[in-house]
Design a protein around this ligand. Structure first.
Ligand code: ADP
Ligand code: MG
Length: 357
């Protein structure tokens, strides 16, 4: 028997549409985000009545439907009218004004972009968009290297809504005043899903991705619980795929508890392993943050000192920044209080892991 006979025989897969487990799959329905979607739609609505729209700043932790909710709205808008042009840009992939304006040209179908500078390209964009109205969605704005394009859009496009999306609420505080005062966005927070909502979302994905009836209840429930604890839907999708693969590898017609537990165990091991890649000083700081998640950076520094840490506050801050960049922790700036601006540091267990899949 050949090594690949199983796979080649086919026809007995537990999956009917494995694409439904992809992170960028757009589900047919987006439950539990109606309120937030309605909010964004209300910001955009004036554009359909020949007025300018409102701008909105969307923030919330990773994997809780921010991107999906906005893409959904843009798709519907495109179906609804030709008078308002939807523009979506991921600023992680396009992180400079030049790349962003070029991307907008592409999405508007303008092809003669070769050898043109940012200003020239923007003139073209302006010419096209000012004949109509536009909704700009800039996703992952914290990854941007410069903000000139934003200034240009706020100044020179007449009828528009600008939607900015990020995992970091504090990003807005640090934004250049020149831009902030023109943007004046409404703030819209996305909160993580609770256990029931997480179950509902994953149930819906099971129905799109798997042959009916292949999931044993307890196998599904383990994944629901793990996903809800992580407050991020993506690991849930990953775990469902892995559990399905585990069951197929056993040539089983059912996905059982062991298939899910095995997948969860692998995910946990993987996040521990990737934290082992850190320098030892960073690993110590990370494990201290894990024990004290949600504390202020100043408080963490005190604990660090008490434990015998030797870094200066500045260097400690730099380590925190490195851990944040590598997605082991999240950092949130809070305004107000006695000290003015404070920084809250939270431990994040698997986000790092998932970006690598
Ligand atoms: N309410 C929901 N219903 C169905 N799927 C959802 C919902 N919210 C999030 N998802 C799924 O979770 C994954 C992560 O969502 P995404 O919008 O990329 O998160 P974010 O932009 O907040 O990081 C995507 O695969 C998305 O389809
Ligand atoms: Mg996103």
């Amino acid at each position: 028997m050949g090594l690949f006979d199983d796979a080649l025989r086919g026809g007995e897969s537990l999956f009917i549409n494995v694409l439904a487990l992809d992170y960028d799959f757009l589900p047919k329905l987006l439950p539990y985000r109606e309120t937030q979607q309605r909010y964004v739609v209300n910001c955009i609505k004036p554009l359909l009545q020949d007025r300018t729209g409102k701008n909105v700043f969307i923030f919330g932790s990773p994997g809780i439907g921010k991107t999906t909710a906005v893409k959904y709205i843009l798709n519907e808008l495109e179906e609804e009218t030709e008078e308002v042009i939807p523009v979506y840009v991921n600023c992680w992939q396009k992180n400079t004004s030049f790349k962003i304006i070029l991307e907008i040209c592409n999405s508007l179908g303008y092809k003669l972009t070769h050898n043109k500078k940012t200003d020239e390209l923007f003139k073209i964009v302006k010419g096209i968009l000012n004949k109509k109205a536009a909704v700009f969605a800039f996703d992952e704005v914290d990854k941007l290297d410069d903000f000139d394009f934003l200034y240009m859009i706020l100044e020179d496009i007449y009828k528009k809504s600008v939607v900015l999306i990020t995992n970091h609420k504090g990003w807005l505080d640090d934004l250049d005043d020149r831009i902030k005062s023109r943007l004046m966005p409404d703030l819209l927070e996305f909160k993580p899903y609770n256990l029931t909502e997480t179950r509902g979302i994953l149930r819906q994905r099971v129905e799109s991705a798997f042959v009916p009836g292949v999931w044993e209840d307890d196998a599904f429930e383990v994944i629901v619980k793990k996903t809800a604890a992580l407050e991020d839907i993506r690991p849930g999708l990953h775990l469902m795929r892995e559990a399905g693969n585990n069951a197929e590898a056993r040539s089983s017609k059912k996905i059982v508890l062991e298939d899910s537990s095995e997948a969860v165990k692998k995910l946990d091991e993987f996040s521990i392993k990737s934290s082992n890649d850190l320098a030892s000083g960073e690993r110590d700081i990370l494990s201290m943050i894990k024990e004290n998640s949600g504390k202020k950076i100043g408080e963490l520094y005190e604990i660090y000192k008490k434990k015998g840490g030797s870094l200066s506050y500045k260097s400690f801050q730099r380590k925190i920044e490195r851990l944040r960049k590598n997605k082991f922790i999240s950092v949130e700036k809070k305004m107000g209080g006695d000290e003015g601006c404070t920084t809250i540091v939270k431990y994040k267990s698997v986000t790092k892991t998932l970006d690598e899949f």
